[in-house]
Structures are given as structure tokens and as C-alpha cells.
Design a protein around this ligand. Structure first.
Ligand SMILES: O=C(O)CCC(=O)C(=O)O
Length: 265
């Protein structure tokens, strides 16, 4: 069976217990949605894309900056201009068949049906990398805001660890329950005064995850991540689902459809 077909086994049911945890804490662990071979296939695919070994049409790549500061990040480029495993981000991965198959996983279908409805698009299908011994600090933020240029704020992200994400490798940190604060500001990044109040050390949790583990995250949950101090990469894949009717406020255009009418195949 091809890996993309086997991705369509349903290993769990998203039920009332998941829902309650998600409502209360702003995240819920979904467990391993990928078998070991499916996980290896996704890792191999992302590495092959970064190294320019397979078609990268429509996919964008961003390197880390010179230092580890967010402000120094270079722009995203179309195609893989440099053959390296050191990219920070790779976006538009719905253009790749294997990543698209994972985005259409039956558990994601259950989740999006519950929170969004039948017709679902994606704002982003993003690979996030903390390359070995480097990476860029991602400041505290909520995944919303005018910078995203949407006519509504999404609430449903599935983040999947492709490698073990630990404190040493630069895992995410979150403030559990902070999604209940609502949208703190429309500027995406959390203001210093809000950070001082809402992200004090005793409220922050290191969000470690095992390779292959998927986690549903509310977009309003406060989160950040650091750099990777180990000689192993910390790779992850993050997908923000939203109603297919969501439009870009500047262009009026809609986004790639993942489930429902006109869904990508
Ligand atoms: O993987 C990370 O370090 C951060 C990912 C993130 O911010 C996201 O998926 O929204």
C-alpha cells in the first residue's frame, strides 16, 4: 500500500474527552497519527524538497537569519534556491502529494468537521525547522491578527512533531488555557506588557512532543519557541485549518480547499 493511501487509516476517534481538554487548555494531544514508515516518508520528503531533489513548484523556502533573532529573518523564496537542510520554514506544502495526504488524515477530518464544518481550507501548511545547533527564537504570539490578512481569525491548528521536540532541541512553550483570553492584539506578536502579565514563568509549560505525535492547538493559545542546542534537527509540520469561505481581505481570494467541495486531490 502506498504511504499516502495508508495515511487514511483512522487510528483514533476525536471524542468528547478530547474536546473538553481542548476547550479548557487550548490544546489536546492526538497521539501518533503516523506509523513509523509514514513518519520516515514525510521526513525524507521534506529533506528531498529542501535539497532540491524533487519538484518544488509553488513551495516557498525561508532560511534562518544571520543571528537567532526574529527581526533578522530573510524573505521567503519560491523554489529551493539553496540546497540545504538548514531552512527555517517551508510553506505551501499542500502542493506536495504526501504532505497533502497527511493534511487530509481522517482524524483531521473529524476535528475540522466538529470545529469548522464540511468545507475546509488552509491558511498555511508549514514545515517549521530548528536545524541542528541553530534556529531562530520565535517570540510569544497567537496565530491570528491583521498581519494574516484574513476576514476572520482561524482557531484550529494541527501541529505534528517530525522529530522529538524537547527543551534541548527548541520545543514550543505554551501558556495552557491562554486561548480563553481571546485575541490579545491584532498585531500577531504579543505586546511586552501582555507577556509580562500572561507569560510569567510559573504559567509557561515546555511543550515537549515525541516524533510522530500530533497535537491540536487553538490558534489563540500563547506560544513561542527557542533555538536548537543539539546536533539533531527539530522538524515539525503545522497546518492551520479554517472555513473554506475565509477570504484574503486584500484580494478577496479564497485559500486551498482541503476538505469538502473542490478539495485538492
Ligand atoms: O514549531 C514551532 O516552533 C512553532 C510553530 C508555530 O508557531 C505554529 O505552528 O503556529
Amino acid at each position: 500500500m502506498p504511504v499516502s493511501a495508508s495515511l487514511h487509516r483512522a487510528p483514533m476517534t476525536y471524542d468528547g474527552r478530547h474536546h473538553e481538554h481542548f476547550e479548557e487548555h487550548g490544546y489536546v494531544r492526538l497521539g501518533q497519527l503516523l506509523s513509523a514508515s509514514e513518519l520516515s516518508a514525510l521526513r525524507e520528503r521534506i529533506d528531498a524538497l529542501m535539497l532540491g531533489r524533487i519538484a518544488t513548484e509553488g513551495i516557498t523556502f525561508q532560511l534562518d537569519g544571520e543571528g537567532d533573532e526574529y527581526a533578522d529573518l530573510p524573505a521567503h523564496a519560491l523554489g529551493s534556491p539553496k540546497e540545504t537542510l538548514a531552512y527555517r520554514r517551508v510553506d505551501e506544502l499542500h502542493q506536495d502529494g504526501l504532505f497533502l495526504a497527511y493534511m487530509q488524515h481522517p482524524v483531521c477530518r473529524q476535528i475540522t468537521r466538529r470545529y469548522i464544518g464540511e468545507d475546509v481550507s488552509v491558511f498555511r501548511s508549514m514545515f517549521m525547522n530548528k536545524p541542528a545547533n541553530s534556529g531562530t527564537v520565535l517570540p510569544w504570539h497567537q496565530d491570528v491578527g491583521v498581519g494574516w490578512g484574513l476576514d476572520r481569525n482561524p482557531t484550529t491548528t494541527v501541529w505534528t512533531a517530525l522529530d522529538d521536540a524537547t527543551t534541548a532541541t527548541g520545543c514550543m512553550q505554551i501558556v495552557p488555557g491562554s486561548h480563553r483570553l481571546g485575541v490579545l492584539n491584532e498585531g500577531h506578536y504579543t505586546r511586552e506588557e501582555d507577556q509580562a502579565f500572561h507569560c510569567a514563568d510559573d504559567k509557561v509549560m515546555d511543550f515537549e512532543a515525541e516524533a510522530g505525535e500530533a497535537i491540536l492547538i487553538h490558534n489563540w493559545l500563547l506560544h513561542r519557541s527557542g533555538v536548537n542546542g543539539t546536533d539533531r534537527p527539530r522538524r515539525a509540520f503545522s497546518v492551520a485549518y479554517m472555513p473554506a469561505a475565509t477570504t484574503n481581505v486584500s484580494t478577496g481570494e479564497r485559500f486551498p480547499v482541503i476538505f469538502g467541495k473542490g478539495a485538492l486531490q
